[in-house]
Design a protein around this ligand. Structure first.
Ligand code: NAP
Length: 450
């Protein structure tokens, strides 16, 4: 059996996971094929494309060539013709499998109010698909002229229920049922940015971000935090690749049971190519150290316990630092060590102290590095059961004090900190249950689950 050849053309291609994805899919379907990247500069497209069309058994195209390849092709399938964009080519015929990928998210858009962010190729496709399901569509794009042109194009295609939001109106758009992000806002390495204000999210909403790196953007995390059902673009990326493979290999069987395990592996593979930092916050006893260590073991990431790192740097215990330098001295050291950990290479989980994120300097570091804050929440009663008699927690006070006095102290600290954790975090996880279940919830919420 000969080895077939596929590839991706685009510019600049940078770090693309397409070879990994396609080779895993081909492997699962028993296809002997190779998939390579072809970074072609625009001025070389005319020379290189005909050669690639001859040499390759099929190829994908990405930015900026989804439209530019069309003049070189003999025909387009219905979807590619409708969106005037091609992402898959075989035998000089163009296809668009982004739609298959998007539909795999299984959003229920029928008759719903749908907000589409962006006015590019993918935004067009998503708006069409929503309108085809009798949704009412609102568009928001930073360039209002492009947003209005987009709306006009949709109306010209026969869709009536299309409106455009001005920037000031976007903040008021709280009654949308479905939110779709077709912009690159929040994409690695700018993971700290959000495609829309978090005030738009609410319980019961469906939120879909086309971005797949990170696996769950800050926007997706905030949607989940606010009770929405939210998903990132990794499943779209994966199923559009499967759809391309089906076009290239119509005679092969693509068994879901063999394909599905690739998805979590893909999300974890991404952590090595697009490093992200997650900072675990929450009250003492919430399980930050235990949960982050176990999640890091599963995800094969670095893990740092902030207190342990501080003790390493200072060469003495947290208790001793408090005794010598007071809380202010400890906080100064804490923010310095946090900044240093956030600057290290690679993806990592950082278990912060209970008071770390109350410090503005620590928050600024987290923001600057585009790190995500994961809040492990537990009730006061649960926390007291876990740490009431603990040592090495200076803020619990002197263990010789009467239990009632110490509980009152902890309760008032909890009351002050709880709203800070709630408002500051990107995602909130209930940390009261069995630790293995909490770890699974964390991994799934961050987009690395099955
Ligand atoms: P596109 O045609 O270039 O459109 C991008 C849109 O985002 C444009 O409206 C652009 O506005 C807007 N935009 C870009 N930077 C922005 C910023 N900083 N602030 C506000 N708006 C900004 O790209 P596309 O092909 O539609 O792709 C859009 C997104 O979908 C990308 O993030 C891409 O990674 C993702 N995608 C995902 C998959 C998947 O399988 N998951 C597949 C394809 C694409 P201007 O016109 O004003 O620049």
């Amino acid at each position: 059996m000969s080895v077939t050849k596929y590839g991706l053309i685009g510019h600049p291609l940078g770090h693309s996971l397409s070879p990994y994805i396609h080779e895993r899919i081909m492997d699962a379907a028993g296809i002997r094929g190779r998939y390579e990247l072809y970074d072609i500069r625009p001025e070389e497209l005319a020379k290189n494309l005909p050669l690639l069309m001859r040499d390759l058994d099929g190829f994908n195209c990405t930015i900026p060539y989804k439209m530019d390849v069309i003049p070189y092709l003999d025909s387009l399938d219905d979807t590619a013709a409708r969106y005037h964009a091609v992402n898959t080519v075989m035998d000089r015929r163009g296809y668009n499998t982004d739609r298959d990928g998007f539909l795999s998210a299984g959003l229920d858009m029928a008759g719903k109010k749908v907000l589409v962010l962006g006015a590019g190729g993918v935004a067009h496709m998503m708006a069409h698909e929503a309108l085809a399901r009798k949704a009412k569509v609102w568009i928001y794009a930073r360039d209002q002229m492009k947003a209005h042109k987009f709306a006009e194009d949709l109306r010209a295609a026969g869709w009536e229920s299309v409106s455009v939001f001005a920037e000031e109106e976007l903040h008021e758009a709280r009654d949308m049922d479905v939110l779709l992000n077709g912009t690159p806002i929040g994409m690695w390495p700018f993971c700290g940015e959000m495609a829309s204000p978090a005030s738009l999210f609410r319980t019961g909403q469906q939120v879909f971000d086309t971005i797949y790196n990170p696996a769950a953007t800050k926007w997706v995390l905030h949607a989940k935090k606010n009770g929405a059902h939210a998903e990132g673009g990794l499943t779209m990326l994966f199923w559009q690749a499967v759809a391309a493979q089906k076009i290239w290999h119509p005679d092969k069987k693509f068994d879901e049971a063999r394909l599905l395990p690739i998805l979590p592996e893909l999300s974890r593979e991404m952590l090595h190519h697009f490093p992200v930092k997650y900072v675990f916050t929450g009250f003492m006893g919430a399980g930050k150290t235990t949960i982050s260590k176990e999640a890091a073991r599963i995800l094969k990431m670095h893990v740092y316990d902030l207190d342990e790192q501080i003790e390493k740097v200072r060469g003495c215990s947290v208790d001793d630092i408090f005794a010598r330098d007071g809380e202010a001295g400890f906080r100064r050291l804490e923010t310095q060590v946090l900044e240093e950990l956030l600057s290290r290479e690679g993806s990592a989980l950082i278990s912060a102290g209970g008071g770390t994120i109350l410090q503005e300097k620590a928050r600024a570091s987290i923001r600057t590095h585009g790190a995500m804050a994961v809040y492990l929440h537990a009730s006061l009663d649960c926390l007291w059961m876990r740490v009431g008699n603990g040592t090495g927690r200076p803020l619990l006070g002197d263990l010789r004090e009467e239990e009632g006095t110490r509980f009152t102290k902890v309760a008032s600290l909890y009351e002050v900190r709880l709203p800070e954790y709630e408002s500051y975090c990107d995602i909130r996880i209930n940390a009261e249950g069995d630790p293995d279940a909490v770890v699974r919830n964390v991994i799934s919420a961050l987009g690395y689950g099955g």
